[in-house]
Design a protein. Structure first.
Length: 213
């Protein structure tokens, strides 16, 4: 069975939809781009921001870097707390700790923001380590963040480690590191998205994660 469980943050532990879309809208407004429907920005939830600004708005790398600075202006002050923990997550984490599992966060969100969010929502103490992106984007791809977490926690037995997340980036990042994965359907990814990248397991609700670990 799996002893080390790596959790994505956005769309897996918390629903950050309002905070992320508001932050993206703020950044785009600085470029004189107005978005009327926040749900149109849901694809920004999960992947690295730089990738999303370039993919969905055709930004250059330099424009993307500036957009991220604008994004963080709003996110730092308000956006990170426009967020809520999914139903069942506290019970899941408590049960996993009762089973003496080692829990780790592996998120594309900047590490400092991830820690602040976990503390704000009283989840920080459940986790043995928090691995996130760097502010300068030198570490922002999910595969690199998972690798960083494994190195820091000295996880060499890959069969004992599993990645849990809601988007294809989580599953692909796990595969690139030789890990099994659980795709969750209560976040922002679809069944087809997770199935098409060969998630090892798929869970509809947080409690279903227990039967796979």
């Amino acid at each position: 069975m799996y002893q080390y469980l790596l959790f994505d943050l956005d769309g897996t532990l918390t629903d950050p939809g309002k905070g992320i879309t508001n932050s993206v809208m703020y950044a785009l407004h600085r470029f004189n781009i107005e978005v009327q429907d926040p749900s149109a920005l849901y694809p920004f939830i999960g992947p690295p921001l730089s990738e999303s600004f370039m993919k969905y708005y055709g930004f250059t790398e330099e424009q993307s870097d500036l957009a991220i600075r604008y994004y963080r202006e709003y996110f730092r002050e308000r956006g990170m707390f426009e967020n809520e923990v999914y139903d069942g997550i506290y019970d899941l984490l408590a049960e996993l700790k009762a089973r003496e599992k080692s829990l780790i966060v592996a998120t594309s969100k900047p590490e400092a923001f991830a820690k602040e969010i976990l503390r704000h929502f009283d989840m920080y103490d459940y986790f043995d380590f928090v691995a996130g992106a760097t502010m300068d984007n030198t570490r922002n791809k999910k595969a690199d963040i998972i690798r960083y977490a494994m190195n820091k926690c000295d996880l060499t037995d890959k069969a004992s480690v599993i990645m849990i997340g809601d988007r294809e980036h989580d599953i692909i990042g796990a595969k690139e590191n030789g890990l099994d994965s659980i795709g969750v359907l209560y976040g922002y990814g679809s069944y087809d998205e997770l199935f098409n990248v060969s998630a090892t397991y798929i869970a509809k609700q947080p409690q279903e994660i227990l039967k796979y670990v």
